[in-house]
Structure formats: structure tokens, C-alpha cells
Design a protein around this ligand. Structure first.
Ligand code: WT7
Length: 677
């Protein structure tokens, strides 16, 4: 056997959390974890009943889990049947009733350094005003409300206001386009759109509402556009506009929280799949909340009002998740789970690199952050800026750090461990644990994750299943793959309360996408493998989903945006490795007339896509092609396109309908030379 390189030796080691963390942990060692996990999957109803005690119910549920009865609730069943509750009662009122009204609930910081600290009382007042304002606009329980907002405190307030009155929020990431807002509004027939006049980004005001001009008028279900005047900029006005902050000021600070059925939808969040149309992932009230609370409680172990672990309410741990609320991470890990646990949660308006590259760590010092959660793409961006951006800040309060969204690979893992985690090297490296959490929009919260305080880590591994979760690796035929280091399809063989219930308006799509491929299982769409110690490694998507900076994009959606340019005949997009974004979009484009192919044309198409789909969707690399390889049934052969782009062996082209195009693509790719970022 050949000698291991230094890097391989380092990677092959296990890394250990600082031992002091285990002493106060809720699960104190790995034996206790394995025992609890075994119990939880063998007795999953009893286990989830225990977890559900962390929630306050208006009416107790009668049955923890009702198995699927027929097609409408295949696999997932119903959870906490008959229970009534309200998520905001759990996030706000119950802490006030226990005497914590003046304690900090949420700390919001703006790009301009302004800070707004909300106590449970002051946040409840704002939420109630917003809830009453929504009611005054005719919003009722079950109505859908679309929120297209930057990371301002009112995003948190309005989403909680929806939950308070039982309206279903559908939050659209600010980096998507007005067109994509329209598609989402139309799909779930939202009656209200809440939007800001402008966005503050890296010191400039940028348009937001203006982008809706001519688009919002075509959304038939919209009754009011609730405008949040953030910058006061001069923006286009629409007859259905309402000045939402002014309306809020007229409202009372009292609004009872609506008793919701356990299975009532809490929100819809659209996510990309394999077709051009995003899926409206539906999460419910009780199951989602119980799962979010349980996962955060055991994984991070922070002190919170539910369990102060010896801290005083004022000295609780401080939780900072850097995600945008437009993604599931923001929903579950900035707002609902930490707040329902009574944790201090931080929300920051801006980007990590402005006004300087140490912004995250500045926030950590300023608010005494103890638990910090970000994405590998952010780590890669920051590590390039130099260690002094981190080391100049006082991070002594920091106990645990974490990541989500894609694999945290060795270079960024190592940097995170050394520079932020203050991890030691040597035979048994010890430092601040890096929580590698693997989950999806669909799963509600963490599925595969290390318990920060106790699980020995392996770089790039999300380690072991969360309690109550039973992962399985399957081959094409659906048989279990138990051999270590063998790539397989990654699925779960048991439902859990936080699993999505349906795709809004298209239950069949839910069943076909997640449940049909491996009957009796939920299929993630990812590949994974275990090593010989049972550690799980996620190997990436098995479908056409592309992750750019951890953001999930569907290739068909990007292609639709490219194809909508009049000069484009056809396109095919694939992920291409990028040093910071993980992957970037590589687009093969066939023009109506190949003679138009020029660098100028590339820019025109890029600009077009930005305006149609939003800045989050950017075809960074374009290669013109006279045709793309397809199967005889007309399916684009992305495997071959990936090989051509990365200048790798293209393998077998026998199944192609048009194998002759491949040579031409290889030649054009060679002419592009090395791609620089
Ligand atoms: C996909 C889900 C869950 C919040 C953010 C992303 C990939 C996510 C990890 C991880 C390796 C990961 C998977 C998954 N992914 N976390 N820790 N290690 N891959 O949510 O947009 O729904 O994307 O992200 O491919 O299927 P999402």
C-alpha cells in the first residue's frame, strides 16, 4: 500500500469536541447516544411523545402517530392527531407567562450597525400589531401570504404574525426575481404580498418593489400589496399598495393566537426540483415544531428558557445562524426552533464580507455568540480573506460552530477547525466542535448530524442519524447496500414528524418525487456511503438539482430562463466546480443562429437570466454549442456534458441519439482553455 500523504493522515483521524462540553451535555457520551437512538427507532411513537412534551398544547393530542391510511398520506401518516396548538404561543407567550417577558428573544442587527433587541414582550407586541394589520386586510386562517423581503426585522415579525393567525406564509428568497415571486404567488394563490420598497445591500439601496412593475398586476389572487418602507426610496406605486408599517401603528398590541390543528399547514416554502416548476413544500404546525425543537435541543445543547442548564435567563447561550430566512435554514434555525426553545437568536441583515471580511466574527464578539452556524460556501469565501479577519475578534464565548447546505470539504473544514474552532492537531485533535448537519427543505430539520458536545467528528462526514431517524442506503433495485465505501441512494425507512406533508396543490408530485422510487421509503435524491466505522458521507445529488453557494437550483428552471431569450434555441446546464461557490452554473447554449455566438452575446444572455430569474441564478460559464447530446427519448445527457466541461473521459456514447455532436463540443471546450474564477 502506498504511504498516506500528510493531508490523508490528517483526514483519516477523528476530531474530538472539547471535553468540558460533554460534562453539561443533555446526552453525555456516545454510548448514551447509541442507546437512545436504538430506543428511538424501535419505539418511535414513545420517543416522539417524549419530545412533544417540549411543546405547550392548547388541547392535548390523542395519538402520536396515525399510520398512513390510503393514498393521501402515504408513508408519512399523521402526527399528534387531535392536538391543538399555536407555534407563536410556544415561541412567545409561554415565555412571558413564565415571567421571562423582559428577557431577550431576538437580536437584529442592520448593515449600518443599528441594533434592535426584542424581548419576548416587545416582540409579541410587534407580532400582534402585524397580525392585526393582516387581519384588517382580510387575511384569515388558511389564507396564503407571500413575503418577499430582505433580512429585516419585519420579516421575522410578519412571518410570526402569519403563524399567529393561522395564515400560511410563503417566503420567497430576496435573490430570486419578481417573475419567480409571481410563479409562487400564482401557484398557492396568495392574497397578500408583503414586500420592501428597496433592499440595503453592501452600502447601497437596490430596487426591490420596482422589479414587480408590470408583473404584480398579473397576479390574479393578490388583493393587497403590503409595502414595508425601509429606505423610503421613490418607488413605483400600485393601486393595491398598502403602507404596512403605518397600518401596523394603528393596531392594538393584543391578538390571541389562533388554535391550530396539529396537521394544519404552518408554511409553504418553494424549492427546486427536476422540472422547471418549483415545488411548494408544505410543513405542518405540530410535527415541524416538535422536530425542530428536539433537534436543536440535543444537537447544540445551548441553554435556553426551556432548560437553563445552570445559566440565568440573562446569561443564556447566544445562537447565531447566518442563513437567509428565505431558505428553510432561516425558517427552522433562526426563527421557529430557537424561539420555541427560548433561546437568544441573532438575525443579521447583511452579507458576510461587507463592510469588512470579519463581519460574522464582529457580530460574534459584540453579542457574545456561543453557537455559530453557517454554510461551507461562506467559510470558503472567508478563508480566502485571511485569518486576521477572524483572529482580531474576541471569540472566547464561542462553544460550537456548524455548517449546513453541502459537504464541508477538507480545506474549509480544516480552516474552520484551526482558525475558528481553535482546534489542536496531533494524535487526538481537540477543539470547538464543528456540527455538520445534513438535511433538506423537505425534512424540516437535521436528519444526519453530530451531537456537538459528544460525537467524534470526521471531516466531510455528517456522522450519524438524529434520534428517531433510520437512514438506509439502497441500490437501483431498492436492496440495502451495507458494504462500506460503496456509493448508494440515500433514503429513510421511517417517517418523522418534521417531514413535509405534500407539495402544495400537487400531492401526486410529492408521492412521485420522494416516495415512489423506493416504496416504503422517503428518498432524499442524494447519494451517500458509509465508512467502515458507520460514519455517513453524503456524495451529492443523484438528480438534476444544482447547488450554487449552497443554494438549490433546478437545472430545468435555469434552462427555462435561458431559453426565454429570443435568440436562444436550446440550452443545457450542469454544475461546474467552483472554489468558493462549490459549484457554479455551466451552460451549453444553442443559438438560433450560431453566427451570433460571441462574448457579447454571453453577457446579453447572462443579463437576461438575471432579470428573469434573479441574481441568485447566474449562468457564470457559457459555451455555445450547435447541439447538445441527447438520448433517443430526448433526455439531455448531463453526464456527458459534465465530462466535456471538466475535460474528463466522456465514457460511453452509445445510447445517444446524436453521438456526432460530442466531438464538436470537446473541440469548443478545448478552445475555451482553463476556466479562471
Ligand atoms: C440538499 C438540500 C437544509 C438546509 C440547507 C439546504 C445538500 C445539505 C448537507 C450536508 C452534504 C448537504 C444535499 C441535500 N446538503 N446539507 N451537511 N452535507 N450535503 O437545503 O436547499 O433543501 O438542499 O443540500 O444535497 O439534499 P436544501
Amino acid at each position: 500500500m502506498s504511504e498516506l500523504t500528510e493531508t490523508e493522515k490528517e483526514k483519516a483521524k477523528k476530531y474530538y469536541p472539547l471535553p468540558a462540553l460533554a460534562e453539561k451535555a443533555r446526552i453525555q457520551n456516545m454510548d448514551a447516544y447509541f442507546e437512545k437512538w436504538k430506543y428511538s427507532v424501535e419505539n418511535f411513537e414513545e420517543f416522539w411523545a417524549e419530545e412533544a412534551k417540549m411543546i405547550d398544547w392548547f388541547t392535548p393530542y390523542q395519538k402520536v402517530w396515525q399510520p398512513p391510511q390510503g393514498e393521501q398520506d402515504e408513508f408519512v401518516g399523521k402526527w399528534f392527531v387531535g392536538g391543538k396548538l399555536n407555534v407563536t404561543y410556544n415561541c412567545l407567550d409561554r415565555w412571558i407567562e413564565k415571567g421571562y417577558g423582559d428577557e431577550t428573544a431576538l437580536i437584529w442587527m442592520g448593515e449600518d450597525d443599528s441594533v434592535k433587541k426584542f424581548t419576548y414582550k416587545s416582540l409579541t407586541d410587534e407580532v400582534n400589531k402585524a397580525a392585526n394589520a393582516l387581519k384588517s386586510l382580510g387575511v384569515k386562517k388558511g389564507d396564503r401570504v407571500c413575503l418577499w423581503l430582505p433580512m429585516i426585522e419585519n420579516l421575522a415579525i410578519v412571518m410570526l404574525a402569519c403563524a399567529r393567525i393561522g395564515a400560511i406564509h410563503s417566503i420567497v428568497f430576496g435573490g430570486f426575481s419578481a417573475e419567480s415571486v409571481k410563479d409562487r404567488i400564482d401557484d398557492s394563490e396568495c392574497t397578500i404580498l408583503v414586500v420592501a420598497d428597496e433592499v440595503r445591500r453592501a452600502g447601497k439601496n437596490r430596487p426591490m418593489k420596482d422589479n414587480l412593475k408590470g408583473i404584480i398586476d398579473t397576479c390574479d389572487s393578490i388583493e393587497h400589496v403590503a409595502v414595508i418602507k425601509l429606505t423610503g426610496g421613490d418607488v413605483y406605486e400600485y393601486e393595491k399598495d398598502v403602507d404596512f408599517l403605518a397600518l401596523m401603528e394603528e393596531q392594538s398590541t393584543t391578538c390571541e393566537s389562533e388554535p391550530m390543528d396539529a396537521e394544519d399547514p404552518l408554511f409553504i416554502l418553494y424549492t427546486s426540483g427536476t422540472t422547471g416548476k418549483p415545488k411548494g413544500v408544505v410543513h405542518t404546525t405540530a410535527g415541524y415544531l416538535v422536530f425542530g425543537v428536539s433537534t436543536n435541543y440535543y444537537v447544540w445543547d445551548y441553554s435556553c428558557l426551556l432548560d437553563l442548564k445552570g445559566d440565568t435567563p440573562a446569561n443564556r447561550d447566544v445562537w447565531y445562524c447566518t442563513a437567509d430566512i428565505g431558505w428553510i435554514t432561516g425558517h427552522t434555525q433562526i426563527i421557529y426552533s430557537p424561539m420555541a426553545l427560548g433561546a437568544v437568536t441573532i438575525m443579521y441583515e447583511g452579507v458576510p464580507t461587507w463592510p469588512h471580511g470579519g463581519r460574522f466574527w464582529e457580530i460574534c464578539e459584540k453579542f457574545g455568540v456561543t453557537h455559530f452556524y453557517t454554510a461551507p460556501t461562506a467559510i470558503r469565501a472567508l478563508m480566502k480573506l485571511g485569518d486576521e479577519n477572524v483572529t482580531k475578534w474576541n471569540l472566547e464565548k464561542l462553544k460550537m460552530i456548524g455548517t449546513v447546505g453541502e459537504v464541508c470539504n477538507w480545506p474549509e473544514w480544516k480552516w474552520y477547525w484551526d482558525v475558528v474552532g481553535k482546534g489542536s492537531s496531533g494524535e487526538k485533535p481537540i477543539g470547538r466542535p464543528i456540527v455538520d448537519s445534513y438535511w433538506q427543505t423537505e425534512t424540516g430539520s437535521y436528519m444526519m448530524v453530530n451531537l456537538g458536545a459528544v460525537t467524534p467528528m470526521k471531516p466531510g462526514s455528517c456522522t450519524f442519524p438524529y434520534l428517531g431517524i433510520n437512514p438506509v442506503l439502497l441500490d437501483e433495485a431498492g436492496s440495502k447496500v451495507e458494504t462500506p465505501n460503496t456509493q448508494a441512494y440515500f433514503a429513510y425507512d421511517k417517517p418523522w414528524p418534521g417531514l413535509m406533508r405534500t407539495v402544495w396543490g400537487d400531492h401526486e408530485r410529492f408521492v412521485n418525487t420522494y416516495l415512489a422510487q423506493f416504496p416504503g421509503h422517503y428518498f432524499t435524491g442524494d447519494y451517500a456511503q458509509i465508512d467502515d466505522e458507520g460514519y455517513y458521507f453524503i456524495l451529492g445529488r443523484s438528480d438534476d438539482v444544482i447547488k450554487v453557494s449552497g443554494h438549490r437550483l433546478g437545472s430545468a428552471e435555469v434552462e427555462a430562463a435561458i431559453n426565454s431569450h429570443p435568440k436562444v434555441a436550446e440550452s443545457a446546464v450542469i454544475p461546474y466546480p467552483h472554489p468558493v461557490k462549490g459549484s457554479t452554473i455551466f451552460a451549453y447554449i444553442t443559438l438560433m443562429n450560431d453566427e451570433d455566438a460571441s462574448d457579447e452575446m454571453k453577457k446579453v444572455i447572462q443579463k437576461h437570466v438575471r432579470s428573469v430569474a434573479g441574481p441568485a441564478v447566474y449562468p457564470e460559464i457559457i459555451m455555445f454549442a450547435t447541439a447538445v447530446p441527447k438520448t433517443r427519448s430526448g433526455k439531455i445527457m448531463r453526464r456527458i456534458l459534465k465530462a466535456v466541461a471538466e475535460q474528463k473521459d466522456i465514457g460511453n456514447t452509445m445510447t445517444l441519439a446524436n453521438p456526432e455532436v460530442v466531438e464538436g463540443l470537446i473541440t469548443r471546450r478545448q478552445m475555451m482553455g482553463e476556466i479562471q474564477f
